[in-house]
Design a protein around this ligand. Structure first.
Ligand code: DX5
Ligand code: ZN
Length: 216
């Protein structure tokens, strides 16, 4: 399977959101990544459900929603209603993760668990069989445009090995500091989906940049 590219709306021009979404529609992007932050789980606040609802009717690609919030299980219904295809909840924010993953699937979405850079993949040992995807953070969540954490390449390779050993088909998504150089190494290590925020939206020609990310 060819890898997927999920541009992150966090780096878009919010004054021209419609234009940005149309650019995504016209590009080779596979998904649109949407970052929701609460100022508690991460030291920043981004946007919430009204923005997802506004984007939903014009977006022609699946929505990949990344919740950087405490108690994400409280919002499963809202995320589904906002049109999400994939719902990512942080391992570190979820006490009853198995129940939350079940609720996400019952609401008709794909379920993904996100790990902060310091959270070991070994903690997925007894939940990975229930997941559609694991999202590895390659920066500390909360902000776009940060420097890529090098250890993420090794972490991706080890997660790929865990998935292979168990005979699963769980996707690996990596988020933070992705560009053509880090992206290529993540793909070699086994990543299936790459999130890219500033590298796409701050480039002079985002459609071309997405194409280059697809063709890596
Ligand atoms: C960070 C977010 C990322 C962010 C990535 O907390 O989860 O999705 O938008 O931005 P870049 O690609 O600029 O590192
Ligand atoms: Zn994200």
């Amino acid at each position: 399977m060819r890898h997927k590219i999920a541009p992150s709306l966090l780096a878009a021009d919010f004054l021209n959101l419609q234009k940005e979404v149309e650019m995504i529609n016209n590009s080779e992007a596979d998904w649109l990544h949407m970052d929701i932050m609460d100022g508690v789980f991460v030291p920043n606040i981004s946007f919430g459900f009204p923005v997802l609802e506004a984007v939903k009717p014009i977006l022609k690609k699946p929505m990949d929603v990344h919740l950087m919030i405490v108690e994400p299980q409280k919002f499963v219904k809202e995320v589904a209603a906002a049109g999400a295809y994939m719902m990512n909840v942080h391992y570190e924010a979820s006490t009853h993760l198995h129940r939350t993953v079940g609720a996400i699937k019952e609401a008709g979405m794909k379920a993904a668990v996100t790990l902060n850079p310091h959270t070991p993949i070994s903690l997925l040992e007894d939940i990975i069989q229930d997941l559609d995807m694991v999202l590895l953070m390659s920066v500390n969540p909360g902000f776009g445009g940060q420097r890529f954490i090098e250890h993420s390449v090794n972490k991706t390779a080890r997660l790929k090995e865990m998935i292979r050993e168990k005979g699963l088909d769980t996707l690996i998504e990596v988020d933070g500091g992705v560009n053509l150089e880090t992206g290529k190494r993540l793909l070699e290590a086994g990543a299936d989906v790459l999130v890219a925020g500033s590298f796409v939206f701050r480039s002079p020609d985002p459609i071309q940049t997405i194409k280059e990310l697809k063709e890596m």
